[in-house]
Design a protein around this ligand. Structure first.
Ligand code: SF4
Ligand code: SF4
Length: 286
């Protein structure tokens, strides 16, 4: 397997954010949970928020799109899958895409971003495919708080709601951190800061995840989205998030430069080209 410079991930290493870019390949449309802040509509306007994409690609289309993206933006060092649903609600598509990328672009770093619900059966595949960076989104480590964040979680064909659902999800998420670290993978924890719901709990999330070996936490302020239960929750400002990062920083390194990217983000973090490449992505999806 190609030896890679794992420091060249602009999200995990701020010092490379000006020179290394990432692409999100939107090959994972389905999700296995429903977060109360999420509305995944497909959209080609220049709207930047997680879950938005201007199209969904099949794995072979993603590989072709990757060729075109690299021709246009050679500074890309990371290929990731971050939706628009969850990579492990679409495991066949996710793993096939990673396999094709390994064949065609083994020099790239591979990255996955998941809610953690379905990842556990695939930890060995992830490691074997050379995925070096995984993000698990964990916004609560108490099922009573998790029950306010997740409308439901789906395990196989069974849908769980309330604290039971939140508890199942949490167990999987914590086991995922442990399993990923056992395989030498760098783990980021994304935690959505939701005022009045988990803002007073999020340092506890940091403590628990750090105790399992997670490498870095990314506190993402809620971006209230229309037609979701959290549409009217106020977006937390710096005055809320900065003290939380400071407190949590005693337990785990904090990411401070997240751009809350779309599921088809492409380019440097500060110079997203998803709008410019929207036509290319849509052409590849046909
Ligand atoms: Fe949306 Fe991601 Fe939550 Fe699924 S895990 S509901 S795609 S935010
Ligand atoms: Fe990096 Fe944040 Fe964008 Fe994810 S959403 S690719 S962590 S900047």
């Amino acid at each position: 397997m190609t030896v890679k410079d794992t420091t060249k991930h602009p999200c995990f290493n701020k010092s490379t954010a000006g020179s290394c870019g990432r692409v999100h390949l939107p090959v994972a449309p389905k999700c296995n949970i429903q977060c109360n802040y999420c509305n995944r509509k497909y959209d080609c306007v220049n709207e930047s928020r997680p879950g938005v994409t201007s199209g969904v690609l099949k794995p072979f289309q993603a590989a072709e799109y990757m060729d075109k993206v690299l021709a246009r933006e050679p500074r890309i060092t990371v290929a990731g899958i971050a939706g628009p649903g969850d990579p492990f609600a679409n495991p066949a598509e996710t793993l096939e895409t990673m396999r094709l990328l390994n064949e065609r672009h083994p020099e790239l770093l591979f990255c996955l971003s998941s809610n953690g619900m379905g990842i556990l059966p695939y930890l060995d595949d992830i490691a074997a495919l050379g995925v070096s960076h995984v993000t698990i989104t964990i916004s609560a480590v108490d099922p009573a708080i998790g029950a306010k964040i997740y409308a439901w979680v789906k395990d196989g064909n069974v849908v769980y709601r309330g604290e039971k659902g939140a508890e199942i999800l949490l167990d999987r998420q914590l086991a995922a951190i442990k399993g990923l670290k056992e395989r030498g993978i760098t783990v980021k924890v994304n935690s959505i800061v939701i005022p009045g719901v988990n803002d007073e709990h999020i340092v506890e999330v940091a403590k628990v995840c750090a105790s399992l070996g997670a490498d870095i936490q990314n506190m993402i302020p809620l971006k209230p989205t229309a037609d979701t239960p959290f549409a009217k929750v106020p977006e937390p400002g710096r005055e809320t998030v900065l003290p939380l990062r400071k407190e949590a920083g005693a337990f785990i390194e904090q990411m401070t430069h997240c751009k809350r990217c779309r599921a088809d983000a492409v380019g440097l973090l500060g110079d997203d080209q998803s709008a410019a490449l929207c036509g290319t992505l849509q052409a590849c999806s046909k």
